[in-house]
Design a protein around this ligand. Structure first.
Ligand code: SF4
Ligand code: SF4
Length: 488
């Protein structure tokens, strides 16, 4: 019997002036506030505690251990706990309960975001791929086959791009055909849309609503001036006012979540954005507000030209470099590698202190946001989560779209040595095995694979942001302490 390797504890002395301790087990997700004597009992339950030592336990201590065992804070031994972890990842990988598919309806975009500056400005939209209705029909057929193969009880379709609303015929076609397919199979279906918000209208929402529209994620990169600098139109005009007006028009018709990408030049404008949002009549309709840092490896990839001048020597999240010098083949950096309402990932790339600061600021204004702990395992660890590019290539997650070498297959079933090798590499992915006894493995799984690939050059090594998880747990402990005070 010993203390679980997934226990995390936060003393409440500094947070709430109490001697109690907040305990969390990241494997079972159990959370408890316990007295210091229970915390020290856990300390005593080391591997070296011999049976005779256990006999010395008082009845109260035995009862406490029983409760702790029920919640996973105490486990029989490390070997069986590690086996349970292996089983957990196996189950996550092979679960057929839910089929998740992200479809990039187009790689075209009407914005010229600051952090996307390497790629598709200039003439890129003339060559960026857009899914045809014929391809959409094949994509739908492929998804229907997966529904039959997995017998999933739920299906989540995420429409993404580029800007997905630039290809509404395909968005509507997929939504309506797949809704009918899901209905015919008794499968529940949800649609998420990740959009820059410029073309978002009540008509779009009303057309998708009968097909299971779950939520729309819109990106605001800071307060009005900052957003307009970060996310202008291709002609340079600001987009903030139009997006806000569009949000107001659709408020109440579907779940709306706000995302944002900050860097050190914009992070301080987010409290002003939060104040602005909190004052809006649509504030109660925002189901989630969460921000992430955008990180670009400017030094190695933008060594000259306006981007280099604008960004200086700042380090940003590395865009996945793909053929013809385009980042992510035109996949929107708004969400690739981070951010969606239950669709494309919302988990990677955190800068611990700023994330924690913005989480607290967001919570202070009463918005629902990420707790910074329940982040994964992300969909790259799930066999039945796929991302499909406009040309039918299949990827393991949105962060790899556009890099054809990383395609794991094609909807027409064709394969080649590259795709087979990539599929095999993703199948065996387990960077978390390098994380030894880190308590956050069940909720982190070794971090973002795209970050490992693009920043560390090896997708089999962890991309670690442990401090961010630790800050998240401290935040949870503070909330738990506050709710205890309220309840007493
Ligand atoms: S690997 Fe990174 S980009 Fe891909 S789903 Fe996971 S967290 Fe998101
Ligand atoms: S990447 Fe870091 S935080 Fe995540 S499981 Fe590994 S060691 Fe822990």
């Amino acid at each position: 019997m010993q203390s679980s390797m997934f226990n995390v504890r936060v003393p409440l002395r500094d947070l709430a002036g109490s001697e109690d301790v907040f305990l969390m087990n990241t494997f079972t997700d159990a959370q408890l506030v316990v007295g210091p004597e229970v915390a020290s009992l856990l300390d005593r339950l080391s591997e070296s505690l011999a049976p005779q030592g256990r006999r010395a336990l008082t009845p109260d201590e035995r009862a406490a251990i029983e409760t702790l065992s029920e919640h996973g804070f105490v486990v029989p031994d490390r070997t069986s706990e590690r086996q349970r972890l292996e089983d957990f990842f196996h189950d996550v990988r092979h679960s057929e309960e839910q089929l998740r598919v992200t479809v990039l309806t187009t790689l075209q975009c009407n914005f010229a975001c600051d952090y996307c500056i390497q790629g598709d400005h200039g003439d890129y939209n003339r060559t960026a791929t857009k899914m045809s209705l014929e391809s959409a029909s094949r994509v739908a057929g492929w998804i229907e086959s997966r529904l039959d193969e997995t017998r999933a009880s739920s299906f989540v379709l995420t429409l993404f791009g580029g800007e997905p609303l630039l290809n509404l015929p395909v968005a509507y076609y997929l939504a309506e055909r797949l809704w009918a397919a899901a209905q015919a199979r008794g499968v529940s279906m949800q649609i998420n849309v990740i959009t820059n918000g410029l073309l978002l209208t009540p008509e779009v929402v009303d057309r998708l609503a009968p097909c299971g529209l779950n939520g729309i994620k819109i990106t605001l990169d800071g307060d009005r001036d900052t957003h307009n600098r970060m996310r202008p139109l291709r002609g340079g005009q600001g987009t903030f006012d139009k997006i806000i007006s569009n949000i107001r028009r659709i408020a109440g018709r579907c779940r709306i979540s706000i995302g944002g990408n900050f860097d050190e030049s914009s992070v301080h404008s987010y409290p002003a954005l939060l104040d602005f949002l909190a004052e809006q009549d649509f504030a109660p309709h925002l189901s989630r507000v969460a921000f992430k840092p955008v990180v670009r490896d400017v030094i190695s990839r933008v060594s000259e030209g306006p981007a280099a001048t604008a960004a200086g020597k700042t380090r940003f999240i590395g865009l996945t470099p793909v053929g013809e010098g385009k980042p992510l083949g035109g996949t929107c950096m708004t969400s690739a590698g981070a951010g969606a309402t239950g669709g494309a990932c919302d988990t990677c790339h955190f800068a611990a202190d700023q994330m924690s600061f913005l989480r607290d600021e967001t919570k202070k204004r009463g918005f629902n946001t990420s707790d910074g702990v329940h982040m994964g395992p992300c969909e790259i660890h799930r066999k039945h989560a796929h991302t499909i590019g406009p040309d039918g290539d299949i990827y393991a997650c949105p962060g790899f779209t556009g890099d054809k070498k990383m395609a794991t297959g094609h909807i027409d079933g064709s394969t080649d040595a590259f795709r087979s090798m990539a599929a095999q590499r993703f199948e065996q992915l387990a960077a978390w095995k390098e994380c030894r006894d880190c308590a956050f493995i069940p909720v982190c799984a070794g971090g973002c694979t795209v970050a490992s690939h693009s920043e560390l050059g090896d997708m089999n090594v962890p991309s670690c942001h442990k401090r961010s998880f630790e800050a998240g747990v401290v935040s949870m402990a503070r909330d738990a302490a506050a709710s205890l005070v309220l309840a007493s």
